[in-house]
Design a protein around this ligand. Sequence first.
Ligand SMILES: [Zn+2]
Ligand SMILES: [Zn+2]
Length: 373
Amino acid sequence: MEENGIRLARDGRALCAIRLTASELADKNAPANYAAKELRYYLDRITSVSIPLLDTDTPFDGGSVLVGEAAGLDVSGCSEDGFRIECGGEEIRIAGGRRGVLYGAYDFLERLGVRFFTPTCEKVPTDPALTVPPMHVREEPAFEYRRHNYADVEQYPRFSAKRRFNGTGSLQPRMGGALTYAHFVHSFDTLIPARVYGAEHPEYFALVDGKRVTTDGGRTQLCLTNPDVLALMIEKTRAWLKAHPGHRLMSLSQNDWGGNCQCENCRRIDEEEGSPSGTLLRFVNAVAEALEPEFPDVIFDTLAYIYSRPAPKITRNRHNVCVRLCSIECCFCHPFDACDDERRSVKRPDGTTSKFITDLEDWGRIEQRPGRL
Ligand SMILES: [Zn+2]
Ligand SMILES: [Zn+2]
């Protein structure tokens, strides 16, 4: 032990061991096992010594880097991605949720100066007498779902984990797996297809210019204030979730075009809410409320997209509902708050228009899931 921290190596010799419980050391799929190996890989490169990886019972004359269960830290308050790091005395302890334990290891390495720029470009400092200062870290991500579809992220799961993207489908179990969708966006037509229900139940579908749009491929939306549509959506969503277990996200979202329902009931709510996102969010909230007892871990998400981009004035998303705000119309030549291209505005039911930056601020004010998981 040093006065100002824990020395991990000196004179070409390891002064500490990385430790796991015997069961996590034996389990190649345990994220703590992978986290310990990542720590060993980088600590070896920093110090130019070989730091042993041992179980907690094997004797070693020196300090310990305790990972996962071996750390003995209370992580009951951590989300799947949250973690704790405690450095003091002769011990460094790193533990967290399913992915959090690995994120804790990477966070620790970054605090030592390691940087993960691309799959093939990293910075690893050199310090043959590496000393770790005391630290007390507790972290939860501000964004619960993080995904990027650049090739470097999708094709290299190890890099994806290092960058703490948790929505990359290729993340392996040892990396804590991914937060994935049972059904990705634009799910309404899959769940209640016009080609199946249109002929018998035109009232399930959007009224546009005085007519229900029900033809197959007719680019319709659902009439979200029809209680039969709600009941059917609850039933279909339940069946979909049962058929696709292991996924924590379920998108309940409009089809990939316009044409939202103009029937009397839908219009009245849209006008009251100042946006068609009002009928949409009330509908998604109702499905999420009905299914929460059966699927308490599932997050029901929806799109704020084209006509539903402006936030509603009254309704807020339930705690198990999440909104994906889409910037598809935006100009990316200027910052969102500086762009003055009016053609990129969205028209509200009262004829006024809203800018993306205003929509972002408005949704930010009503969002009910800050950092939750
Ligand atoms: Zn309607
Ligand atoms: Zn612009």
